[in-house]
Write a protein that binds this ligand. Structure first.
Ligand code: SF4
Length: 432
């Protein structure tokens, strides 16, 4: 696929670095490597806020992203590049001694979260694909969930992250009664359109994977949490908002218990950051609304505001399902705040940020309702609305992607860009 070629090119430096780290680690004595991994006691990878404790498991990484040492995962995601040596060491340990790998996963969890401590009200364990035996091997799964409790009592809410394709009843049954009073299984659906999900976001997840995940989770008595994006890299704000609404409705109708929304964040080796680095001032992409100078790679604050407000006002019966992603919302709001420092529109933007924060922290949307009129009356919002109306909506997505793919092809493969672009165009024929 075109997108796989693009992503593997963007990630080439990481693939190279990973190979060096892995080759060195795999030559180590297993005990030495284990000791080296667990000796880093200070490296905390968990965050706590009022509602939820998030512990990022240290493993060999997401098997969808790290494909035998070649990195080509989802185009919008970079959980890895900052700790590439850590993933390489864990993968090497798994290769040379799978029992020690399993022990290291548990030990690292305990270093971060403590041994048999009181759980918070909500505990989230975020591997990448926790139910996939390539990441949490059978031994590691057993160490985590069968060899003694993780906490001194069950958490009220226990969240576990995985991919929809790894969710099956047999695996879910192994968690039953072990981890929390209410178990929520999180997976990325990202967008309801299967072509975009796979040919543009490189997710490798079918609609069927998503529907059967929701069904299997329900059947076992757990709760499903489908994660979706506000903002798609390579798309303009109007298209992103329209797709967000479609996606929310489709997942709601499919029976997802929760729908967790995350704004796109420009970081690391992602497509959105690549567009920012290479095309933020490209006139062709600026005309499509895909890039916007220094704001490239982030949804505009009013796109996020409109998305949340749409659920509050038009889908109020499903509002209880809406969760603002605890991992990506805070940095997104921060990013926007910094972007607008000293800007003439800083005041209205800050009011929107505060209202979203209040909704996020207290589930209180009164502030959002209160400032809605002020936002609608502001010249900045009206200018945004006019800009959006002049952009192509979802009926023009193929054309927008085509323009972006052509620009990327020219930049990445100046000598053979036509051939690469032809590959994309033939894939685009299957767009529905
Ligand atoms: S979004 Fe999830 S599945 Fe995709 S690369 Fe990132 S961790 Fe892996």
């Amino acid at each position: 696929m075109f997108i796989e070629e693009v992503i593997s090119r963007i990630w080439q430096p990481v693939t190279n670095r990973y190979k060096e780290c892995y080759d060195e680690a795999v030559r180590c004595n297993p005990e030495e490597l284990y000791n080296n991994i667990v000796s880093d006691m200070n490296k905390k990878n968990n965050t706590t806020d009022k509602w939820i404790n998030i512990t990022i498991l240290e493993t060999s990484g997401c098997p969808h992203c790290n494909r035998n040492g070649i990195f080509l995962g989802c185009s919008f995601c970079d959980y890895f590049s900052r700790n590439i040596a850590g993933y390489a060491k864990m993968a090497a340990l798994n290769k040379i001694d799978s029992n020690l790998y399993a022990k290291a996963v548990r030990r690292k969890f305990e270093q971060q979260r403590g041994v048999l401590v009181d759980p918070g009200v909500s505990e989230l364990i975020s591997g990448h694909d926790c139910l996939n035996p390539e990441e949490l091997t059978d031994e590691a799964f057993d160490e985590m969930f069968n060899q003694g409790n993780l906490f001194n009592r069950k958490a009220m809410f226990f969240y576990l992250e995985t991919r929809a394709s790894s969710i099956n009843e047999k695996k879910l049954a192994k968690l039953k009664g072990k981890i929390g009073r209410k178990v929520v299984i999180e997976f990325g659906a990202e967008v309801a359109n299967e072509w975009i999900r796979n040919h543009w976001l490189n997710k490798g997840i079918t609609d069927e994977n998503i529907y059967s995940a929701i069904e299997n989770i329900r059947r076992i008595g757990f709760f499903s949490n489908a994660n979706i994006l506000i903002g798609i890299p390579g798309m303009n704000g109007r298209q992103s908002l329209e797709l967000f609404k479609d996606t929310f409705d489709i997942l709601d109708t499919a029976g997802a218990d929760y729908i967790l929304c995350s704004p796109l964040i420009r970081q690391g080796y992602t497509m959105q950051n690549y567009l920012f680095q290479e095309f933020r001032d490209n006139p062709t992409l600026i005309e499509t609304g895909v890039t916007r100078g220094n704001s490239t790679g982030l949804p505009e604050i009013f796109t996020v505001f409109d998305a949340i407000f749409w659920v509050i006002s038009e889908r109020s019966e499903s509002l209880k399902k809406l969760i603002l992603g605890p991992v990506f919302f805070p940095p997104y709001l921060n990013f926007i705040q910094n972007l607008y420092k000293g800007d003439p529109n800083e005041i209205i933007v800050n009011k929107v940020l505060l209202a979203i924060e209040k909704f996020n922290e207290q589930r209180d949307y009164s502030e959002l309702i209160k400032i809605r009129k002020e936002v609608l009356d502001s010249s900045y919002y009206n200018e945004y609305k006019r800009r959006m109306e002049n952009l192509q909506g979802k009926e023009g997505i193929q054309e927008t992607f085509s323009t972006v793919a052509e620009e990327i092809s020219k930049k990445m493969w100046p000598e053979q860009w036509r051939t690469k672009f032809e590959i994309f165009k033939s894939e685009l024929l299957e767009y529905k």
